[in-house]
Write a protein that binds this ligand. Sequence first.
Ligand SMILES: C[C@H](N)C(=O)N[C@H](CCC(=O)O)C(=O)O
Ligand SMILES: [Mg+2]
Length: 364
Amino acid sequence: MKITDIRFGMLRVPLKTPFKTALRTVDMVEDIVVIVNTDTGHVGYGEAPATAVITGDTHGSIVEAIRHYISPRLIGADVADLNRITRLVQGAMEKNSSAKAAVEIAVYDLFGQLYGAPLYRLLGGGDPVITTDITISVDYIDKMVADSIAAVDRGFESLKIKVGKDIGVDIERVKAIYAAVEGRALLRLDANQGWTAKQAVYALQTLEDAGVRLELVEQPVKAQDLDGMKYVTERVHTPIMADESVFGPTEVIELIRMRAADIINIKLMKTGGISNAIRIADIAAMYEVECMIGCMLETSISVAAAVHVAVAKAHAITKVDLDGPSLCAFNPVDGGVIFNESEISVTDAPGLGIREIRGLELLA
Ligand SMILES: C[C@H](N)C(=O)N[C@H](CCC(=O)O)C(=O)O
Ligand SMILES: [Mg+2]
């Protein structure tokens, strides 16, 4: 099975409600879909969101990176040579992690189709059902409390609460939500870099003293501020998770060496795809550091790939934040992974199992 060409589509799916973080507000998923064709007629699918504020990727940069740097190296490559292909993708250029991820996802999809096996089995197998949290956007306190109760009523037992705005209001937000759902759901916070190290310590110690138990706090400080992250990690009991601070395996090794955080958030759009995500999970497991697997604003194309990784690497990936498809107003994908609110299941369809993507606008 040889790669013959790589094409692009634009996929637009409205969100059920606006997604609001300390970094941005978004109403719609608008992602580049990568379509990898082969000489056997098999088609592999990948997806890349333009999360410019986190990865630096834009729609234009994703298409240009693949068209001019990655695709020329892959045309004619045999899908059976997966390790060679992932090296070609990763070595094509610096950065552009979402573009690399979309191509890798499509090639892994084809690799599964080549051997007639679902991707998670080729990655080592595992329990085919996982459970995700759901994100509660940062907003007025009453709205966040109402959204949290609604999410718990939908069956979510873990809520990822977005904070990182005004520190005083953030503390009140978390106290109010905790009081409303205590005993029914675990709370994870994500400050998306919105606090300083000292603010984070103050907020988390205040919450700890008030008896608010948090499962973890994600990226309290600026991405580059590893010393600040370590400062927070050393001063609070609540586990601290690195997200925007770590993209690839090298950064993860440095973070673990510094003991700057307790947990690592792996996202395919930061790692440049599946090959590095697996490496990070294995490195973290060696050092007994837990991982979460997360997503950007992605549909069930690229999130499906993350689900297969989560299933196969469950020894290291103990927490799941793959709520992108649950945030979407509809599922554009026919086939593939089954997203049923908090419960996500892989099937035994080969590769990612995607049969059709509805509403895809092909790009020239
Ligand atoms: C969607 C997911 N639950 C999430 O919250 N991801 C964010 C970044 C998403 C974005 O801004 O596109 C995160 O973990 O920081
Ligand atoms: Mg995050």
